[in-house]
Design a protein around this ligand. Sequence first.
Ligand code: AGP
Length: 591
Amino acid sequence: MCGIMGYIGSGNAQDILLKGLETLSYRGYDSAGIAIQQEGALHVVKTRGQIDDLRKKCAASQLSGTLGIGHTRWATHGEANDLNAHPHTDGRGRIAIVHNGIIENHLQLRNMLTERGYTFVSDTDTECAAHLLHFLYDGDLLRSLLLTARYLTGSYAIAAVCADDPSALYCIRSGSPLVLGTCSGEAFLSSDIPALLPYTRDVTVPEDGETAVLRRTGIQIYNAKGRPRKSTSFHVSWDVQSAEKGDYPHYMLKEIHQQPQVLASPPVTSHKTLNSPQQALLLGCGTAYHACLLGAYYIERLSGIPAHPEIASEYASRIAFPYKNCACIAVSQSGETADTLSAAHTAVNRGANLIALTNTLGSSLSRMASAALVTPAGPELAVASTKAYTSQALALLHLARSWGAQLGKEEDPLFEEHLQHLPAWANEALKTEKLLKAYIDPRADKPLFFFIGRGADAVTAKEAALKFKEITYIPSEAYPAGELKHGAIALIHPGMPVIAVCTQPQWVHKTLINLSECRARGAECVCFCLPHMEKEAREAADFVFTLPDMPPLLAPIISIIPLQLLAYYAACKRGLNVDKPRNLAKSVTVE
Ligand code: AGP
């Protein structure tokens, strides 16, 4: 969703902001803009469309200022057009702001400000914050920002510049991501770390309700009461290359191929021991929710602790869940997903002990948790999550295993050895790439795909169908194989691809019977299975893809890889924007 970027230094702010916005574009956007402070005035350039459109508009204005703010907007209030694009200014053009988040009480504020003579030019919620800031401005932008925040409900990260003040860039955050960084004579702010990486790997994160003033001499953070506080930074271990595509045509393909490397390391934990609870609640959205499903399977399997996966946005209605000695594991690649943050707050209020599993050190979720696990996936920039999923699944397996050990559960003596082998199995799975492309190319125009499986394989089927929906726009259904004949089998028609995942020996026979039922109705059946299941699979399926010879317990971490590739090549064949699919945003920061 929206991305914000701010710069103060001696360099050309326009160039630095455009470069930063380009990096943030993975978040999803439909318009972009910048405001540059130059010679006592603010110069705003904004446009509907892509960063390149903005670049063209900027070229005409030739701005040379060294202080400015920039924004990529993912439309929420008002269509994507030039007027609704950020930055927004107060009526006199003396203060400009960019905003990520939602101002929930914008209509009341709009009415209040209109009555006081302010004229609104856009449909956005953000514009009321620009006018309010002006209304409350007494010559001290920091104080006015703090005052403005008292009237705002919702979530926001706001950056502001003032025509009268060439020496500072101001920001405030509450519930939306914001990271700050400095390097010799320059200071930066951004919605996410990758945009800071060309300049610094030491990053500071203001807490909710805090403001910060960025100057050429450094950054000062102020707590919610406006008192200065000492800031602490953390070091980001990835470098700028890890946030670039390298030789790959898309981030998604790069990230799929990074999985062997990602699966070589366990998650980093902020707390050494996570004591085994009496029960576990797992919260997440989309792919992260699918990781929760796998996590719950691992927790019950390896520790015997009852585990309940919940879609974060649905969780508030689960009122009768028992919370005594309950660990709530909130799973989120970004650590900024509004639905997950809100559900995690609810779980904590109900008495659960929060463990955050994120891919982003310093994210909102990891900072609100009593223990934080950080997956070693590195930056994931394609909207469709791939390596984050497999690393979340592995992290949850590690957690389940450690809880099992605390409870004295016996473990397969070969387990450690098998874990060491995961990267090699991931590499082996990637080697089917050409075969998968050859299979999917002639089928990329099929109107409907079905994915089926039982137990942990049903989770893989769900995740595969989500990848298909997201990047190929082909309607794709995932069903527990046994559930098909209770309704969805009515959709099966001649030539329709039905893809079964079979890695769990106790279910393979039954799943293959269900696949045969689809074949009998004309479906074109495909099976992804372990080598020893191949013979049986060939009797039920028209195409069989053999997965590496791995233990069934670890198979769900690997078997999704060829299915990610299948979705990727289908999307390429359809000529779609794989990394930035329509309507989607990487980090969903509104509920
Ligand atoms: C994954 O491919 C999706 N883009 C989406 O479902 C994502 O997993 C979900 O929005 C949760 O994001 P998070 O992991 O950053 O919380």
